[in-house]
Each structure stands twice: as C-alpha cells, then as structure tokens.
Design a protein around this ligand. Structure first.
Ligand SMILES: [Zn+2]
Length: 445
C-alpha cells in the first residue's frame, strides 16, 4: 500500500483547480511538524507561567500552543521539559555593522568608519547577528552607523536564508543636519565628504524629504534622525516633516536625542521613539507616557568598564527609575557597538540588565521591556514575537526562571528562529540556516 505524500496531493489538487492561488493559501498543510515540550512557558505580557505546555511548529510558524495538545505521531519532538521557554528578546537599539575597539582606534568610531569599509562591516554584522541570536535576541533594531546600508543587506541575507540571525529592523543611514555626529576638518568635510555614508546630511525641507525617500527606497524599516547632534539640529516642524514623509512609506521615526531642548522638540513633533537618556527628565517622561512615545534609553551598565562613568551611571539609573515610575513605554536597548574583550556582542547586550536591576525595576517589567514592548516598537507584534498560533516561530529557553531572576537570561540554552533550531543544549547548531540560494522568499515583518 502506498501513501500519497501530502505535497503531491496538494499539487494534484492545485493542477485540477481553476485557481492555484486559492489552493496554496493554506500551505500549513505541508511540511514537517515540530513539537516542543515546554516544562514552563512564560507569557511576558501577563507575567505568568504555565507548566507542561506543548508548542507545535510547522512551516516556520506556531500552529498550536497549550497543555492538552496531542503530539502528531510523525512530529519531531524537542524535549525542553527541564527548561523555561519564553519568546525571543529584542534589542531596540544596536549597530551590528559597527564595532569600535581600544586598538587601534581608541574607541573612536569616527576612525572605525575610515578603517572599515562597508563590505567588511557587512561581514562583521553577520557575525554580530549570530552572536546576538545565540544570546537569545531574535529581533534587533539596527539604528544606523552601518556604512552604506550594511544593515539592510544583513536583513536581506537573513531573510533569504543564507545565514542565521535575528530579524533586523534596519534604519538605513542616519539622517542629520550638516556634520551628523562628526566634527571633521574642512578638507575631510567638504573635499572628501567624510560624513557620508555614516550620516545622510539633510539641512533643508527638500533634502529632508529626499533623504527619507532614499532610505525607504532601499529597504529601511524605520527612519532614524539626529534631533540635536549639532546645535542647529532639527526644529519641531522639521521633525514633523520627517514623520509625515516617513509615514507615506509606512515608517516610524526614531530620534537620537541628547539634550532636554531636543527632547522637547521630538515629543512635541510626536516622534515614535527616542534613543538615549541624555535629554530625559521627569517632565519629558510624563509627556512620553501620555503620548505613548517609546524610550530606548541605551542604559550602559557600570560593569562595562570604560563605556560609562560612575556619575553618568548614577544619572542613568535615576532616570530609568523615573521613566518606569511615570509608566513610559520602556524598551531594552543597548547601543552596544563596541568590542569588549572576552564577550560576544550578545553577552555585551545582555549585560545591560545590570542597569535595570540597579534601578530596581521589577523583573516582570524588565522582561516586558525585553520582549512585548520590544515587539511593539519594532512593529512586529502581529507577525513575530509572542508565542501565538499563526506567528513566526521564534522562542528561547533557559534553565532558570527570568520572572524570579532576570539573570536567568544570561544562560540561553535553546533558540528557535523561524521554526528552525539554531541552538540546542547550549550549542549553536545553525546548519539549517545556510542555503545556497533564497529559500524563504519575501518575509513578513
Ligand atoms: Zn546608537
């Protein structure tokens, strides 16, 4: 007796039907099934734990979640009954195609951008992405400083199935007034145009519109601007212009803000998210909470020696606490764009929980910042992030319980990305992610 393969059955159906599109609308009928036994399953949104759950995955998506789900007899079973399963983590502000370091550039990324060309940085971004995924980060918002669009190339390479990595939300080039965050001499600024491509200089309304369109055209999923990198910065009206132009392409706007005046202009204009805490205070936090403006505070921990100071760290802790008390939408964000000897990029990123602990933020709220609010700011909530039927199957597992101790997240033993096992028993097993051509096609956000 022969069994008809489900794929053949589907094809036969398709060819005898008038409408191929109607038949392939249910591709979940084909493909192997994976069944994950979760000892504990955390829902970060509610801060609750369910025990002994079954999670079914097929064709890269969750197809079943619950306690009383029958495991199909041909399913591949992954036993995580000794672990705590939870959705993947989000770093809402990183720069995977930038790694500055002590030698030779003395941690000056201005020099890094001269030493490292875009192709080299794109390769580095692949490596950094793998390091982030291994640490449990399944989504990374990559906020510029990536040479000439290495962030967008990284997203495409991962999306097409060439290399493993988190889902990248790339900003493309940072749009800024003249100079960006650099202070070059006249020859470098005007003869050699050294500011580009780290920054896309846009000083007039026409230039601002064109810059937004340029990023959108080549695949940016969010727009990043320098609100006040220079004293001239952007006015409230200019920020509104960025926001309205970005909206035409379906994109939100993040502002780099480093002054209280800049923060006022950004929140007045109704920006989507603010990066860094330099311009934050109680008043700004109250406005951000009221307008639901995301905070990507990039709170550097004192344990990353040389990347903050005692005084700056204390200020960061006070401001993070104040933001939490004001109920600002908090995202976990690192700006971890440097090399720390002995640590992977992912281990550097997870180190930032130290600041959140120092600020006395409850573990449930830290975890929410690292997951639920991260999906919101990334605009993926309806496609990936939560462990829910129909969404792309990303999840991680750790031995401890992150709701009791957030440090449990330092020991990610298992990572599933798009339904494929990337890490198992604490060891990366990425073979399924390397393909000779595009296997995933166009992905959803
Ligand atoms: Zn940054």
């Amino acid at each position: 007796m022969t069994r008809i393969h489900p794929l053949l059955a589907l094809l036969a159906l398709a060819f005898t039907s008038r409408s191929l599109a109607a038949q392939v609308a249910t591709p979940a009928a084909i493909g192997p099934i994976t069944a994950i036994k979760a000892g504990r399953l955390i829902d970060p949104e509610t801060g609750t734990v369910s025990t002994n759950q079954i999670i079914l995955v097929q064709n890269g998506r969750f197809t079943g979640v619950g306690a009383n789900i029958a495991i199909p007899k041909d399913a591949q079973v992954i036993d995580l009954s000794a672990l705590t399963v939870l959705p993947g983590l989000v770093d809402a502000h990183n720069h995977l195609a930038l790694t500055y370091k002590e030698v030779p550039e003395r941690n000056s990324y201005y020099i890094t951008t001269i030493l490292d060309d875009t192709p080299l940085r794109a390769i580095q971004a692949v490596s950094n992405g793998i390091q982030m995924l291994s640490a449990g980060f399944t989504i990374v918002r990559d906020m510029g400083n990536n040479g000439k669009y290495a962030d967008i190339a990284l997203r495409k390479g991962i999306e097409q199935g060439w290399v493993p990595g988190p889902t990248i939300i790339p900003s493309g080039l940072i749009i800024a007034g003249m100079g960006g965050q650099f202070s070059p001499n006249p020859e470098m600024a005007f003869d050699r145009k050294i500011v580009y491509p780290e920054y896309l200089e846009a000083d007039t309304p026409d230039e601002i519109i064109k810059a937004v369109r340029q990023n959108a055209l080549v695949g940016a999923r969010v727009i990043k601007i320098c609100v006040d990198c220079k004293l001239w910065g952007y006015s409230t009206d200019e920020i509104k212009l960025v926001i309205s132009e970005a909206a035409k392409a379906g994109l939100k706007v993040e502002g780099h803000v480093q002054s209280v005046a800049g923060a006022h202009r950004a929140v007045d204009a109704g920006i989507w998210s603010i990066a860094h805490d330099n311009g934050m205070n109680d008043t700004i936090h109250k406005i951000m909470a009221q307008k639901h403006i995301f905070r990507a505070g990039t709170e550097t921990p004192i344990s990353l020696v040389g990347h903050t100071t005692e005084a700056r760290f204390k200020q960061t802790v006070v401001l993070l606490r104040n933001a939490w008390e004001n109920k600002v939408p908090l995202t976990f964000s690192t700006d971890a764009d440097y090399y720390v000897p002995g640590k992977t990029r992912g281990e550097v990123a997870i180190e930032f929980v130290e600041t959140w602990k120092a600020a006395g933020i409850p573990t449930g709220d830290i975890l929410r910042a690292m997951t639920t609010t991260g999906y919101d700011v990334s605009e993926t909530t309806k496609t990936r992030g939560p462990i829910k039927v129909g969404l792309f199957a990303d999840l991680i597992a750790v031995p401890g319980n992150p709701l009791q101790s957030i440090d449990a997240l330092r020991d990610v033993k298992f990572v599933l990305k798009n339904g494929l096992v990337f890490k198992r028993d604490g060891v990366m097993t990425p073979a399924a992610f390397f393909n000779g051509g595009p296997v995933n096609g166009v992905n959803a956000r």
